[in-house]
Write a protein that binds this ligand. Structure first.
Ligand code: NDP
Length: 314
């Protein structure tokens, strides 16, 4: 472990839309932010192809390219973007301590957490093969590409129910694969699903393999886990909606979280339970989970950090 300790006014953890937007605002406020990217530089958007719902890109943009734009904009105002992952934190005293790559310790007056969340996947090799080419974990992001087509969605929680009804408005047919004989989703959501004529719920059924032509999804082989009977569904899109996992493991000794691990912020702000530590983006939002809402909350976090620092110096 290096003995050198670097001090920063504003340390940002995470390089998705929330982290980079926080960096743009913090840099323009002269907080001289340092941003650690994490292992997946650019976050979840680097795993998508076209992004058509982010305002300002009238012709759409590829996810990785958009994140490069965010990064360039943050750097233009002086953000130091560093590749590295924060391996531990110590929020017991001020300034806050942050260890990077298990080697380098920094102290920070303010820490903005924008470490995001990961979609859970089924773990099928074919799911990986067609990810971004017919396989998606976000109906709101990618449903549009399957307008008038047939799709399948896996999951039985509120997210799956909501996404299935969203897809049903765009697609000719939505097969909903539910692994048990009942939903986990709330009654109201289930009611909505069951009353949508072009959603066909298939109970006790799991996806075995996503079928394609090497380029695009063409179907899915499913198995009934009661009868072991296999069958194939012809679909162009395959959506996975089995939950998300926020990247909060390193904060569990310090920050308040809900039962799934999402950080809890004070309503209407990005403040966590520790003074000077702010959270923005998907790491504290299990509900909207959009690039634009993450970016918006990144802006809020930088403003909250700036005001916190200003109050300290009053
Ligand atoms: P949940 O954990 O609630 O549900 C996950 C679903 O995925 C479950 O039905 C589960 O099945 C299923 N699942 C998990 N693994 C597999 C697998 N390998 N194969 C097949 N199915 C699988 O996650 P959600 O994202 O739906 O919701 C997260 C939280 O956010 C919840 O508290 C929810 O209420 C909330 N939410 C609320 C909304 C609203 O109020 N409008 C909208 C979206 C989310 P099983 O049931 O068999 O375990």
């Amino acid at each position: 472990m290096s003995t050198e300790i670097e001090h920063v006014e504003c340390l940002i953890i995470g390089s998705g839309p929330a982290g980079y937007t926080a960096a743009i605002y913090a840099a323009r406020a002269d907080l001289k932010p340092i941003l650690y990217t994490g292992m997946e530089m650019g976050g979840q958007l680097t795993q998508t192809t076209d992004v058509d719902n982010f305002p300002g890109y009238p012709n759409g943009i590829m996810g990785p390219e958009m994140m490069e734009d965010f990064k360039n904009q943050a750097e233009r105002f002086g953000t130091q973007v560093r590749f590295g992952y924060v391996s531990s934190v110590d929020f017991s005293a001020k300034p806050h301590k942050v260890v990077v790559d298990e080697m380098k310790t920094l102290t920070a007056d303010t820490v903005i957490i924008a470490t995001g969340a990961k979609a859970k996947w089924l773990g099928l090799p074919s799911e990986q093969q067609y990810n971004g080419f017919g396989v998606s974990a976000c109906a709101v992001c990618d449903g549009f590409f399957f307008k008038g087509q047939k799709v399948a969605i896996v999951g039985a929680g509120d997210t799956a129910a909501e996404e299935a009804t969203y897809l049903a408005k765009l697609c000719e047919k939505v097969y909903m694969l539910v692994r048990r004989d009942e939903f986990r989703a709330s009654k109201a959501m289930v009611h909505r699903v069951l009353n949508t004529p072009n959603i066909e719920v298939i109970y006790n059924t799991e996806a075995q393999e996503i079928l394609g032509n090497g380029k695009n999804v063409k179907g899915v082989r499913v198995i009934n886990n009661q009868t072991q009977q296999e069958s194939e569904l012809e679909v162009d899109g395959f959506f996975v909606a089995i939950g998300h996992k926020p990247n909060t493991e390193i904060f569990k000794d310090w920050l308040d979280m809900d039962e799934t691990g999402y950080l809890i912020t004070q309503p209407g702000s990005t403040k966590t339970n520790i003074e000077g530590v702010f959270a923005c983006g998907d790491v504290q939002d299990s509900y909207y989970r959009q690039a634009i809402t993450a970016a918006g909350s990144g802006c809020m976090a930088a403003l909250d950090a700036e005001r916190y620092l200003a109050a300290l110096n009053d």
